[in-house]
Design a protein around this ligand. Structure first.
Ligand SMILES: C[S@@+](CC[C@H](N)C(=O)[O-])C[C@H]1O[C@@H](n2cnc3c(N)ncnc32)[C@H](O)[C@@H]1O
Length: 196
């Protein structure tokens, strides 16, 4: 049975959750991070809706199976290139990008999803006071993202290091690429910004 339709993120879902905070995880893989955030929301009686965006079919099908097996009703999937979703008028309260594909070789840097246009697009879909969170273990990507943010005339505040959103993210950070980074002893770089 094709289970995907009932978990697809679209305008209907967005409208149904208008009183909820919407958390978008870009390149969510098989959804480990939003699953643990969803559990956190239930434990803390929060009104959140989670959207995982992913293009890798095997990961999408694992995520669907898991949502269905666990009877979750607050996780939805956008199974296409995130740029299509960002061409629509959705607004998000939190956007996470965890370990975006680094494209290590210099000549492949142009394939990195986070570029000037993408950063501007993310901020235009971030609600007032919303958070943009990017985590990577690739130093050159991290430095490049910081440069883009500073040169694109974006209005934001850095999130204070004691803010609960930081511990909330790191306490639930359980993704495949985070585990790989830890296993390899890589340094983790993070960017926590709040839209103003
Ligand atoms: C390095 S993996 C990280 C996966 C997961 N966030 C983690 O931390 O384990 C990057 C993911 O981004 C997905 N991805 C790449 N380009 C994308 C795009 N344009 N839209 C949505 N997902 C994308 C890839 O399929 C891949 O699963």
């Amino acid at each position: 049975m094709n289970l995907l339709p009932q978990y697809l993120f679209d305008h209907c879902v967005y409208k149904c959750y208008k009183d909820y905070k919407v958390w978008l995880d870009i390149g969510c893989g098989k959804g480990d991070f939003i699953f643990s955030q969803s559990i956190y929301s239930k434990e803390h009686d929060e009104k959140y809706c989670y959207v995982g965006s992913e293009i890798y079919l095997t990961a999408i099908s694992k995520m669907i199976r898991r949502i269905s097996d666990n009877n979750l009703n607050d996780i939805y999937i956008f199974p296409h290139d995130i740029r299509y979703l960002l061409s629509e008028e959705y607004m998000f309260d939190i956007i996470t990008i965890l370990f975006p594909d680094p494209w290590h070789k210099r000549r492949h840097h142009k394939r990195r999803i986070i570029n000037a246009q993408f950063i501007k697009s993310l901020f235009s879909h971030l609600s007032q006071q919303g958070y943009l969170i990017i985590i990577t273990d690739n130093q050159s990507y991290y430095e490049n993202i910081q440069l883009l943010i500073n040169t694109e005339n974006i209005k934001y505040n850095f999130v204070n290091k004691d803010h609960s959103i930081i511990s909330r993210v790191f306490d639930n950070l359980n993704t495949v690429f985070y585990k790989k980074a830890l296993f390899n002893g890589n340094k983790i770089f993070s960017i926590f910004l709040q839209n103003v």
